[in-house]
Design a binder for this molecule. Structure first.
Ligand code: AHR
Length: 518
């Protein structure tokens, strides 16, 4: 670790620890190569995932046309406005595990006549099917996003998939297109992405990689990519570091899909039985969480290396379509609803993952965080008519300039912050030239106690002014609660100095900073 410049004794109101700790100012360095543009950062790296799970759809998105909560055709207007402000590029739906038990015909036609099913995966909740194909497509159109629809492979047939595709995308006079018209939609929809099952190594049918490779070939044969159906096929990819799955899929079925998904969740403990709380955690749990989330970089790197062997032209994308934190549910909530609070830790972690995705932008061309509202690492929490924008929401908002930006190499040397004996690299960062022509740098300081001075060599780049935003708080578990004044939100950043062709950034402990260079 580089030597501290300033040493401050702080009483640990940061988390729950009661003993005092020494806060240092760590030194980090970077070189920005603005003259060596890398791959484009797809806007689709900033996607959302909404499953029929807990309050994710019902309450979170769908309140019904008769609700006193302001809505347009049953879809809550506050949520639409918040997701529009994030320039949300796409939403993945209807699952998750739910997708491989979902039959799309349950969710079309007059709502009063739709069947009620048991949501076997998620708390046995009654699934009214009030939110189906038309409501989902209305929702994505209201927020200006594209649709990513996951079809049922585990408990369904290629015929059911084909008919759903035709129902949604056919412009013709065929019976399915006419049925769509009778249900209120004349023009066919464009569906950007189709998931060919979900986690078919687990809840999607407990298949082996070889068996699923065959299934994806079979479903793909009836997918019919044509002028009506221009969507890309996303095959179920690996769970975490399961490189064998990637190997088998790429070897046996790569011509049957356009992208392979990757699912990786961050559990503070790594133990599915006791994952750790969303709030009231210790500095050690903070450090463990970051040590685990940083594995994302390694996992993407290992899967990409296998894909590079079979697909050197990078036709097939690696889509991280489920990522984020997974904690113990909040006390008093249904364990099957996966409701958790969202703190400053989640925002810093989101920024760390964005930076990882940017570094792999050549192969990683889409991601969707799990899950948009009221489930796992949400960007929005609702409680009846009340709403809160979570710290993760703010990280997404601060990183908007990276959508469709051109990545720029940033060679970073970071010290470790040592937290209760656990070394955590303090700084994660990435840079890009935005669609606005400006250079943007996104930085996360993962050190819970230590501030960092980041010294960036601009390598001859002429910069006149620097502006930006910072997200931080006194407490590691600072969070926003629906209906209460926000405890944290981004503030203007004043920690930048330009000195002799170098950019010096003062990064508060546990913070996200995004700056723009003019
Ligand atoms: O996001 C919650 C669940 O996690 C999804 O339904 C499933 O795909 C994954 O295991």
């Amino acid at each position: 670790m580089l030597k501290a410049l300033a040493v401050t004794v702080i009483s640990l109101t940061l988390g729950l620890s009661t003993h005092a700790a020494i806060a240092e100012t760590l030194q980090a360095k970077a070189i920005l190569h603005a003259d060596k543009p890398g791959p484009q950062i797809s806007r689709n790296l900033y996607g959302q995932f909404s499953e029929h799970l807990g309050g994710g759809i019902y309450d979170g998105i769908w309140v019904g046309e008769d609700s006193p909560i302001p809505n347009v055709r049953g879809i809550r207007s506050d949520v639409v406005a918040a997701l529009k402000a994030l320039k949300t590029p796409l939403v993945r739906w209807p699952g998750g595990c739910f997708a491989d038990e979902y039959h799309w015909r349950d969710g079309i036609g007059p709502r009063a006549q739709r069947p009620v099913r048991k949501n076997n995966w998620w708390g046995d909740a009654p699934e009214t099917n009030a939110f189906g194909t038309h409501e989902f497509m209305d929702f994505v159109e209201q927020i200006g996003a594209e649709a990513y629809v996951s079809v049922n492979v585990g408990s369904s047939t290629p015929r059911e998939m084909r008919e759903w595709i035709e129902y949604m995308t056919s412009p013709g006079q065929d019976t399915l297109a006419q049925e769509r018209r009778r249900n209120g939609r004349d023009k066919p929809w464009k569906v950007a992405l189709w998931g060919i099952g979900n986690e078919n190594w687990g809840c999607g049918g407990n298949m082996t990689a070889e068996y699923y490779a065959n299934e994806v070939r079979r479903f793909s044969a009836f997918f019919h990519k044509n002028q009506d159906n221009t969507g890309l096929r996303v095959a179920t990819g690996p769970n975490g570091d399961d490189t064998r799955w990637t190997q088998v899929l790429m070897e046996n079925a790569a011509d049957a899909f356009d992208a392979l998904s990757l699912h990786y969740y961050t559990l503070p403990t790594g133990d599915w039985k006791v994952k750790g709380p969303a709030t009231g955690f210790s500095a050690k749990e903070w450090a463990d969480t970051f040590a685990r989330t940083l594995k994302m970089d390694d996992y993407i790197g290992r899967h990409s290396a296998i894909m590079d062997k079979h697909d050197p032209d990078k036709r097939v994308g690696l889509y991280v379509d489920e990522w984020g934190t997974w904690y113990d549910v909040e006390k008093g909530t249904n364990p099957g609803y996966l409701y958790q609070q969202n703190t400053l830790r989640d925002a810093v972690l989101a920024a760390v993952n964005f930076n990882i995705f940017h570094r792999h932008a050549d192969r990683v061309r889409m991601t969707s965080i799990a899950q948009t509202i009221n489930v796992l690492q949400s960007v929005i929490l609702t409680d009846g008519a009340k709403i809160a924008l979570t710290p993760t929401y703010h990280a997404f908002r601060m990183y908007v300039p990276f959508q469709e930006a051109t990545s720029l190499p940033l060679d970073l040397t970071t010290p470790n912050a040592v937290v209760d004996g656990i070394p955590v690299p303090a700084v994660s960062a990435s840079a890009a030239r935005g669609a606005d022509g400006k250079i943007h740098i996104g930085i996360a300081n993962m050190a819970p106690r230590d501030s960092v001075d980041l010294d960036i060599d601009l390598a001859g780049l002429q910069v006149k002014a620097v502006s930006g935003e910072v997200l931080t708080a006194d407490r590691m578990d600072a969070h926003n609660v629906p209906g209460q004044p926000a405890a944290l939100a981004p503030a203007p950043y004043s920690g930048a100095r330009l000195v002799d062709g170098r950019l010096r950034l003062a990064l508060p402990a546990k913070s996200v900073v995004v700056v723009r260079l003019d």
